[in-house]
Design a protein around this ligand. Structure first.
Ligand SMILES: C[S@@+](CC[C@H](N)C(=O)[O-])C[C@H]1O[C@@H](n2cnc3c(N)ncnc32)[C@H](O)[C@@H]1O
Length: 267
């Protein structure tokens, strides 16, 4: 394991080639396994189907949380699309284990968007309802479950306090949610909610301006057009939407599998 590893070191060394992207993804997966609390958290998520993504991302978040606390006093982190709480609990766990102070906000509907069981109804809806068609193309379906209780149990399992987290219930593109947060600033925003092209563009336009200068944006499922052979690259819709990011004043500094990291330029 790299004893002096850091986000900046990885950024300085980064090359967006197939070889480097494959190597980084494999190395970060191994590094997740080398840190017992990261390995244990990821194993729990995989065993109980509590989230998506690759185990490499646990080590990525380990570097990111440390980076933020080095450059910002008590950094504020926002996740759009909390699902069952994998990432907000991981951020909290990393902070607790390393005695770092962070503040965490999540935006999520805390309910499902189930797809119809009947193939006939599925086809009919895909044909007649454009939003349903977009959801079907971008993997936007989730079972109806008691998401809040699932998140709460996950926090309890890792002896974390869910009351330290602010959860805003709703969809990121709804006006009440946007208005509730529009005067705030975040050091890191992680977008993993609506995966349709329109939904991602809306999130980017509505939330990238809430980033502090030098703050970081992490886009999930966004590497469809990147070189690499050994990892899942995410959705075409999300990856295409990310093409507007440079126009929003951010630059791509590092990619780990299908997670792309951008930095807001200091104007
Ligand atoms: C892929 S899952 C997120 C997985 C989670 N980030 C993780 O790493 O385990 C997407 C989540 O976003 C939610 N979602 C969909 N559209 C959303 C929106 N516009 N705003 C917030 N959440 C949204 C879904 O209900 C689902 O819980």
């Amino acid at each position: 394991m790299f004893m002096n590893d850091s986000l900046m070191r990885r950024v300085d060394d980064y090359k967006n080639t197939a070889e480097h992207n494959d190597k980084l993804h494999a190395e970060f997966s191994q590094l997740t396994q080398s840190i017992p609390f990261l390995a244990q958290h990821r194993k729990h998520i995989e065993t109980y189907n509590l989230g998506f993504g690759d185990s490499a991302f646990h080590y990525m978040w380990y570097l990111l949380v440390q980076h933020l606390t080095k450059y910002f006093p008590q950094p504020s982190l926002l996740e759009i699309g909390v699902f069952k709480g994998q990432v907000i609990s991981l951020w909290s766990l990393i902070a607790a284990q390393l005695a770092l102070e962070i503040s965490v906000t999540g935006i999520s509907p805390l309910k499902g968007n189930p797809q119809p069981k009947s193939l006939w109804l599925y086809r009919l809806k895909a044909f007649t309802n454009p939003k349903f068609y977009q959801d079907s193309r971008s993997g936007n379906f989730y079972a109806d479950e008691d998401y809040y209780s699932i998140i709460s149990n996950l926090f309890t399992t890792f002896k974390l306090n869910l009351s330290d987290i602010r959860i805003i219930k709703g969809y990121s593109n709804s006006l009440p949610v946007i208005n509730s947060i529009k005067n705030e600033k975040f050091c890191l925003i992680y977008i993993d909610g609506d995966h349709s092209y329109k939904g991602v563009v809306e999130d980017l336009k509505n939330y990238s301006n809430l980033l502090e200068n030098n703050g970081l944006l992490v886009m999930d499922d966004a590497s469809y057009y990147l070189p690499g052979r050994t990892f899942w690259k995410g959705h075409k819709t999300v990856s295409r939407a990310c093409e507007i990011i440079p126009k929003l004043g951010l630059i791509n500094i590092l990619n780990i599998g299908h997670n792309r990291i951008y930095k807001k330029l200091n104007f």
